[in-house]
Design a protein around this ligand. Structure first.
Ligand code: N01
Length: 529
């Protein structure tokens, strides 16, 4: 069977991309591994799962109907509400009909003679298309460390990114949570409320911000809609896809007292970007960063009763923001509970699971349940897990063996007519994802419209353009503190993964202008035939 375009994934990107292709009059087939739309927000149903972007800003802006007809309830939306929103959008755009659900794409092979991609699925179907668009998400391939004894453990193991849909009852259980990133800090307080005892195994402490979540007021909801045009302009002009008021002075232009007042006022805004972007040099000057890092550590000491525990919870290695700042509700307070203990596995790493629990280099912990909050093979994982073969049978795995190389994060040389929405080398996760998705989807739709209008068969990134774009992204990242964080931003969380920043740090606004000028300049850096 042949269709004009195949879309992989039915999260935010997949449903919008499908809508845009349909508007162009193209035939589209979509494949989604889950039973319905939602992407990452379908799978991450662990208790406490909540977005770290304010609800009103974590929504599409391209359609006035969508804006008018949806109302958020909380300032930071919980997973069920976001999933309802994505479902609402998919219904409204009427795109579900293009998707096959419960079907995973396993392979995609480019045919030189026909200039078509043939996609193979786990249901045994093969479908060919002129355009292959991956909307597979940045955080959709979960990662579980390859611990010894995983199979021998007689209790239950869970991963936050593959949570049982009917929930888990921890009452009376001895639970261990491994990982203190965004997922860990959200799930830990919730499990602590139920479990007989919770042991948190922490390798690196997190800089975490109390999200101060609350219901949106009627005024806030009304004002956001009334000022939507201003918001659109401001978010498009911003580097992070969220308007932010960065001061016009650097950190050390302010006295210690002035800085403290700035940080304190922004802490109360409960919005991470307001803190990390308070001064322009916080993410590029380690000494400046140390001032805000120490402010965050002070907040931990204010909350945690036991000074030793507070110190163990205090990040000292990575700069604030080099790993994602986590957003929490009662995270640090949880360590004041009698039924919670913290184990640092930094110097005494986890050796593995035993039939009765977990063993570190220092001790053994009897457990009934082990929760992996150990994150994702991010950004490249979802693409590399598909056997994608471009010209001359070249696999994406080979192509990216030393790290991903893309042009604008959307195209890979030797892989014609492949568009990777929010792929490596685009601003993706360093921005408000929904904004980044809108930009990438709209740019892709315009490119496809152009190709159709000129009757092109193939569209491919030029090798030099891709290499130069990727080198530029690395150069820009090297001017920042991002490379100092051992995180999924750089692939450092996955053993053996090439260590390279996978996001364009130059800002979504600059990126948008670059993409627009590439298009205006007759798609410079692309080879069209
Ligand atoms: O994953 P992570 P996540 N032994 O990679 C630890 C988004 N998200 O699922 O830091 C012991 O951040 C690891 O330790 P270390 C958000 O973008 C958003 O929490 O590598 N520990 C770390 O503590 C986020 O950034 C929201 O030393 C091990 C943890 O596991 C992204 O998803 C909510 C280990 C993994 O943290 C990923 O977050 C949830 C080992 N062998 C997720 N291996 C919101 O919107 C790993 N760890 C709020």
């Amino acid at each position: 069977m042949t269709t004009d375009a195949i879309v992989v994934g039915a999260g935010f990107s997949g449903i919008y991309m499908t809508h845009k292709l349909e508007q162009l009059g193209l035939s589209v087939r979509g494949f989604e591994a889950a039973e319905t739309v939602g992407g990452t927000w379908f799978w991450n149903t662990y208790p406490g799962a909540r977005c770290d972007v304010i609800s009103t800003e974590y929504a599409f802006t391209f359609s006035q109907d969508l804006i008018d007809e949806w109302e958020w309830t909380e300032r930071y939306p919980a997973q069920p509400e976001i999933l309802r929103y994505i479902d609402f959008v998919a219904e409204k755009l009427d795109v579900k009909k293009h998707f096959q659900f419960n079907v995973r794409v396993e392979s995609a092979v480019w045919d030189e003679d026909t200039s078509l991609w043939t996609v193979g699925t786990d249901s045994g179907e093969y479908v060919s298309a002129k355009y292959l668009i991956t909307a597979a998400g940045c955080l959709s391939t979960s990662s579980t460390p390859d611990f010894a004894g995983l199979d021998a453990f007689e209790g239950t193991t869970l991963h936050t990114a593959a949570w049982p849909r009917d929930g888990v009852d921890f009452t009376g259980k001895r639970v261990g949570v491994i990982g203190t990133g965004s997922s860990g800090v959200q799930v830990i307080p919730k499990i602590a409320e139920q479990a007989a005892h919770l042991t948190v195994f922490q390798r690196s402490p997190a800089f975490s911000l109390d999200c101060g979540n609350r219901l949106l007021t009627e005024d806030e909801k009304r004002m956001f809609k009334e000022l939507i045009e201003d918001y659109k302009v401001a978010s498009k002009a911003s580097g992070g896809g969220q308007p932010v008021d960065t001061l016009e002075v650097n950190t050390f232009d302010h006295s210690e007292e002035e800085r403290a007042a700035v940080f304190e006022e922004r802490w109360d805004r409960h919005r991470a970007i307001d803190l990390i972007a308070a001064y322009p040099d916080l993410l590029s000057n380690r000494a400046a960063n140390d001032t805000i890092a120490e402010f965050f550590r002070g907040k931990i000491r204010d909350v945690v009763d036991d000074p030793e525990v507070a110190e163990t919870l205090s990040p000292r290695e990575h700069p604030l923001g080099a790993k994602r700042i986590t957003l929490d509700t009662n995270y640090f307070q949880t360590y004041n509970r009698d039924n919670v203990s913290l184990v640092s596995v930094k110097s005494a790493p986890i050796e593995g699971l035993t039939p009765a629990g977990l063993k570190t280099a220092g001790a053994e912990y009897p457990l009934d349940v082990v929760v992996f909050a150990t994150g994702f093979d991010a950004i490249t994982g979802p693409l590399m897990n598909i056997d994608i073969r471009g010209r001359n049978g070249k696999t994406l795995q080979d192509k990216w063996a030393d790290g991903p190389v893309t042009y604008l994060g959307i195209a890979v040389d030797e892989f014609p007519n492949l568009f990777t929405i929010t792929g490596p080398g685009s601003p993706n996760v360093l921005t408000n994802m929904v904004c980044a998705i809108e930009q990438h989807v709209e740019w892709t739709a315009d490119a496809v419209a152009h190709l159709e209008s000129v009757g092109a068969r193939t569209f491919e990134a030029d090798e030099t353009a891709a290499k130069e774009w990727t080198a530029r992204a690395v150069e820009l990242a090297d001017l920042t503190l991002y490379p100092e964080g051992n995180s999924w931003y750089t692939g450092a969380n996955i053993p053996g993964k090439p260590r390279v920043i996978m996001s364009y740090v130059g800002g979504l606004n600059v990126f948008r202008e670059t993409c627009d000028s590439v298009a205006a300049d007759n798609y410079t850096g692309f080879i069209t035939s």
